[in-house]
Design a protein around this ligand. Structure first.
Ligand SMILES: O=C(O)[C@H](O)[C@@H](O)[C@H](O)[C@H](O)COP(=O)(O)O
Length: 249
């Protein structure tokens, strides 16, 4: 796991999303060229979905048939609910590109296979990751995208919760998320730390203090984003306001 934070600042949210999307296309293409295929983890939230919309308009040379798509967290809601992260990701990008549906690994819906039980749904997604990892050499994912909340949450890992303290399981259920909806399924810090590169794409003044705390090495129990570290790289992509509490250098 790399201790180095790479920090990139952009004038505003539009410039941030555009740059993050271009970087995402380049990273996918590079992984496909060097390893034959790429594995990415998508995130919900404003910047994460805006990035996908930009990739849809500017897909570069991505080979959609050689891409595995995972989700960092999911809002445990019925199939097709517009608040589900995978539904938003499909609308923003996945419905519009020739991705292999068998390689889009969605988390179960609350009316799906697991009898409305998020714990079983989380365990099932953990098995999906284990099976995927068993066939792969090197880190599980090439890029794990993340947004971040004002109190430093990433995926559905909120401060001072069992989920952020998880050290064994790759996926857990959350039943009392402070950000609605309350019930969610989320990748844990050990899963995040199984990505070659973790990218935190953050915009807005309300997040500036948490950005500075995470970059400054806060404890993940206080600021979960501080535990979001890639094997090779941790990349912060920030707009000017989100970067405003960082030291100038
Ligand atoms: O399901 C979700 O809501 C997320 O995956 C969550 O972790 C999100 O990425 C952050 O809350 C940032 O969201 P914004 O970019 O909208 O602030």
């Amino acid at each position: 796991m790399s201790d180095v934070n790479e920090i990139h600042r952009f004038a505003d949210t539009d410039a941030l999303v555009r740059a993050a999307a271009e970087r995402f296309v380049d990273a996918v293409v590079a992984a496909q060229r060097s390893r034959g295929s790429a594995a990415v983890v998508l995130t919900g939230g404003g910047t994460g979905i805006a990035l996908l919309e930009h990739v849809r308009a500017h897909p570069g040379a991505i080979d959609w048939s050689a891409l595995d798509v995972f989700f960092g967290d999911e809002r445990f809601l019925p199939t097709g609910d517009p608040e589900r992260n995978e539904v938003q990701a499909h609308r923003a990008l996945l419905d519009h590109v020739p991705v292999d549906p068998a390689r889009v690994h969605v988390m179960a819906a609350s009316d799906g296979a697991y009898n409305s039980d998020p714990v079983t749904a989380a365990a099932a997604y953990g098995e999906v990751l284990e099976t995927f990892g068993a066939d792969r050499t090197g880190p599980l994912f090439d890029v794990h995208l993340l947004g971040m909340g004002g109190e430093g949450h990433v995926n559905s890992l909120f401060p001072h919760t069992d989920a952020v303290r998880e050290t064994e399981q790759l996926v857990v259920a959350v039943t009392d998320s402070p950000k609605p909806p309350a019930v969610r399924v989320t990748l844990t810090l050990p899963a995040l730390q199984s990505a070659r590169e973790v990218w935190l794409i953050v915009s807005g003044e309300a997040k500036a203090d948490a950005v500075a705390a995470a970059v400054g090495g806060a404890h993940p129990d206080e600021i979960p984003a501080a535990g979001a570290r890639g094997v090779d790289k941790t990349v912060w992509l920030l707009d000017a306001t989100a970067a405003s509490a960082l030291p100038r250098s």
